[in-house]
Design a protein around this ligand. Structure first.
Ligand SMILES: N[C@@H](CCC(=O)N[C@@H](CS)C(=O)NCC(=O)O)C(=O)O
Length: 270
């Protein structure tokens, strides 16, 4: 028999503010979000749905058990998966764009109107996928003190690069309006506490202590605070205690092979 995935026994449902959001979206609806409450890729899509007040049905599944209902829609059995008019769609970055196009009358518009800004959103979305998220995993999975600081600096370097592209006033990436590029990184921004908890600190300098990078870190802090206060972000988060065992596995050497396998297969991990 195949060995159970270490995350197969994760907490079965959303808790805290996210549980209230789930409750409000229990009724049957033709737009269905197949979700794992803990998953940052899901949270992107969930934030977009909540921001735009789109009606949908929330369906909790454990993607490590892969129920038939999920596999029938998405052969890879990943969350998030959407069912739209009886048709399946998946990949979080595609879904965030899709919701904007499929529900054009719903505001706020998350994609910038200006084609240049829209193209920049794609460039920096790619940067989150190809640099920030892998850097986050390398830092989180690093074992021992030796070499940890290099992983930390690599990750912070990516955050700085991203931050330098932000509108100088903010608070959001493109200025006053919350948009798709904010949605794309927000789930990881609200999970950075894992480094304080497991890796001896994230390492972003305190206010006034950023040296040559102070302006960049100040801009990061402005963005991060705005993200942490955003209603749609808060209302799609569960209680921290239930994320802890998941991250503990990745931070403490127990899921390294799972992480390597998932990364090779182009899948995300929580
Ligand atoms: N590239 C996908 C990643 C989605 C993903 O990997 N989700 C994880 C949960 S956070 C999953 O479903 N994992 C199940 C598995 O690895 O089999 C996206 O952006 O939607």
């Amino acid at each position: 028999m195949a060995k159970a995935h270490p995350d197969a026994d994760l907490h079965p449902e959303a808790t805290g503010p996210a549980a209230r959001t789930v409750k409000a979206h229990e009724p049957e609806h033709s737009l269905k979000l197949y979700s794992g409450w803990f998953c940052p890729f899901v949270q992107r899509v969930w934030i977009a749905l909540e921001e735009k007040h789109i009606q949908y049905q929330y369906i909790e599944v454990n993607p490590y058990h892969k129920p038939k209902s999920l596999l029938d829609l998405n052969p890879r059995g990943l969350v998030p998966t959407l069912e739209y008019d009886n048709k399946p769609l998946y990949e979080s970055t595609v879904l965030v764009e899709f919701l904007e196009e499929a529900f054009p009358d719903h505001t706020p518009h998350l994609q910038p109107k200006d084609p240049y800004q829209r193209a920049r959103t794609r460039i920096w979305t790619d940067f989150v996928t190809s640099r920030i998220i892998p850097g986050y995993h390398r830092f989180l999975q690093h074992q021992g003190e030796d070499g940890l600081q290099e992983k930390r600096e690599e990750f912070l370097g990516f955050l700085k690069e991203f931050t330098k592209e932000m509108d100088s006033e903010g608070p959001y990436f493109n200025g006053k309006e919350f948009g798709a590029i904010d949605v794309i990184l927000a789930p990881w921004a609200v999970r950075l506490w894992v480094f304080d908890h497991f890796k001896g600190g994230l390492g972003i300098p305190e206010k006034g202590k950023g040296g040559d990078d102070e302006t960049t870190w100040e801009r990061w802090r402005t963005w991060s605070e705005a993200i942490h206060k955003r209603k749609s972000v808060i209302e799609t988060l569960s209680e921290r205690e239930h994320y802890l065992p998941i991250y503990q596995r990745y931070a403490e050497d127990r899921a390294q092979s799972e992480l390597a396998k998932a990364t090779r297969a182009g899948r995300g991990v929580p």
